[in-house]
Design a protein around this ligand. Structure first.
Ligand SMILES: C[S@@+](CC[C@H](N)C(=O)[O-])C[C@H]1O[C@@H](n2cnc3c(N)ncnc32)[C@H](O)[C@@H]1O
Length: 201
């Protein structure tokens, strides 16, 4: 029920031109860096963005902890690979392939901040040297409150100050490539950040 309501609210995945172009830059940048192999979409939801990235030439797989969301993705894009699992990647233990990239749009926000460093360490173990990561999240604009819970409709969620997210990722072994911050507007209650990093070799 929730999954189909979400799907109706976001029929195309992207909710702004900035989001669409951020995903396009991520894909082109990754390919231009000569990376090849699987790109994992963590918290892929209904799979629209996973599909968009496949059209941009990436080898993709979508992962989500919600069977209902994953069912929508599977139904709509049966040619792509979908796996039930969460950001901890414990469900991928048998798949030892080094990832070329990870995209986590508005899904890391649902992970308790205390668990985020451990999760990022796992991502670092799963990526190829210099593999790319894109995280998209609602921002805390107050550096004095770098991580704050907010009233997300679906599940507990936390907003991050972009610098706080960059720093926790830096401590997990990632260096920033670029970030894009879009201001809040009629459609977006908070400023939103797309932050792209790469694993240090
Ligand atoms: C707001 S939706 C975003 C969907 C998709 N990434 C997009 O950009 O359209 C958030 C998704 O994160 C998933 N999610 C929630 N908790 C998660 C976790 N611990 N690990 C990975 N994904 C999670 C939800 O099931 C949901 O599909």
């Amino acid at each position: 029920m929730l999954a189909s309501a979400y799907d109706e609210a976001f029929p195309a995945g992207f909710t702004s031109v900035v989001e669409r172009h951020a995903a396009a830059i991520f894909a082109e940048d990754l390919l231009a860096a000569g990376l090849s192999g699987l790109v994992l979409d963590i918290g892929c939801g209904a799979g629209h963005v996973t599909h968009n990235l496949s059209l941009r030439g990436l080898e993709v797989m979508g992962l989500d902890p919600s069977p209902a969301m994953l069912g929508l993705a599977q139904q709509r894009y049966p040619e792509l690979r979908w796996v039930l699992g969460d950001a901890s990647l414990t469900q991928l233990l048998d798949d030892r392939r080094a990832l070329a990239g990870i995209i986590a749009r508005y899904s890391l926000i649902h992970v308790d901040p205390e668990r985020v460093p451990g999760i990022l360490a796992t991502w670092a173990e799963r990526l190829q040297p210099e593999g790319h990561v894109l995280v998209a999240f609602q921002c805390s604009e107050d550096p004095a409150l770098p991580v704050r819970e907010f009233d997300h409709k679906v599940a507990p969620a936390w907003r991050w100050h972009p610098q706080a997210m960059a720093e926790v990722m830096n401590r997990a072994g990632f260096s920033e490539r670029w970030r894009l911050v879009a201001a809040a507007d009629d459609q977006h209650r908070f400023a939103e950040c797309h932050l792209v990093l790469q694993l240090r070799p």
